[in-house]
Design a protein around this ligand. Structure first.
Ligand SMILES: *Cc1c(COP(=O)(O)O)cnc(C)c1O
Length: 227
């Protein structure tokens, strides 16, 4: 299993490097988040020793469970929906929450982060593909959102996240990724410091190279690493 994982990480690394070269980007601009939701903690536990310290989960309870079983140097990313009653246990162990999908959730995180006296980094999930059934903010909601950010003292907005539609051909995801980058570039000047729209979390197993070409700074990979 460990040899297999090492080989898959190496292969992904090569694909990331080639995508960077095509796009004239540095590999160091991109964080690979290994999404461990389909594997047990004992498989996830092989990753830190292979140098893979950024791990992601889509469900808070599973993140708590794996965080308790793995070394403390892992940086945990929550990539799926966070229910408000799970905020208190999630904040102390999470490096970055990718999936802020409502103002109510943002306010609840601010309240809990203040109570815990901690700073929390988050991304705003955007429905950049305009699919009706998707989580996340509509692009049109962003200006009003950004105007509210002054009130947040314990939550730092770090960028935007999106999920592309599942397409047979990764090229079909490109317009979604381009749209997210353009939203970030357009709204970055309106984002009140210390908030900053820098990060772009986009790209999964079937489309990450296209996402890197379009400016992804975080790619979230599961299947391509774990099968
Ligand atoms: C599961 C998941 C991923 C990883 O998806 P793969 O296609 O398996 O790489 C990425 N992002 C989110 C939000 C997920 O839920």
């Amino acid at each position: 299993m460990e040899r297999n994982l090492r080989a898959r990480l190496d292969e992904v690394e090569g694909r990331l490097e080639r995508a960077c070269r095509r796009a004239g980007r540095l590999r160091s601009e991109i964080t690979l988040v290994a999404v461990t939701k389909t594997v047990p903690a004992k498989v996830a536990a092989l990753l830190p020793a292979l140098g893979q310290l950024d791990l992601g989960e889509s469900r808070p309870q599973e993140l708590w469970k794996k965080a308790a079983a793995l070394p403390g140097n892992v940086r945990w990313h929550l990539v799926g929906h966070l229910q408000r009653n799970k905020i208190d246990k999630t904040l102390p162990i999470t490096h970055l929450i990718h999936s802020i999908d409502s103002v109510r959730l943002l306010q609840a995180i601010e309240t809990e982060a203040a109570a815990q006296d901690r700073q929390v980094d988050v991304l705003l999930e955007v429905n950049a593909s305009h699919e009706p059934q998707k989580h996340g903010f509509e692009p049109e909601q962003l200006p009003a959102m950004l105007a509210e950010l002054d009130k947040l003292k314990h939550v730092g907005i770090r960028g935007l996240m999106t999920m592309a539609a599942l397409e047979a051909d990764a090229e079909e995801c490109r317009p979604t990724f381009t749209a997210l980058r353009e939203l970030r570039d357009r709204f970055r000047p309106q984002c009140p410091p210390p908030h900053a729209l820098n990060e772009l979390s986009m790209g999964m197993s079937n489309d990450f190279e296209v996402a890197v070409e379009e400016g992804a700074t975080l790619v979230r990979l599961g299947t391509v690493l774990f099968g």
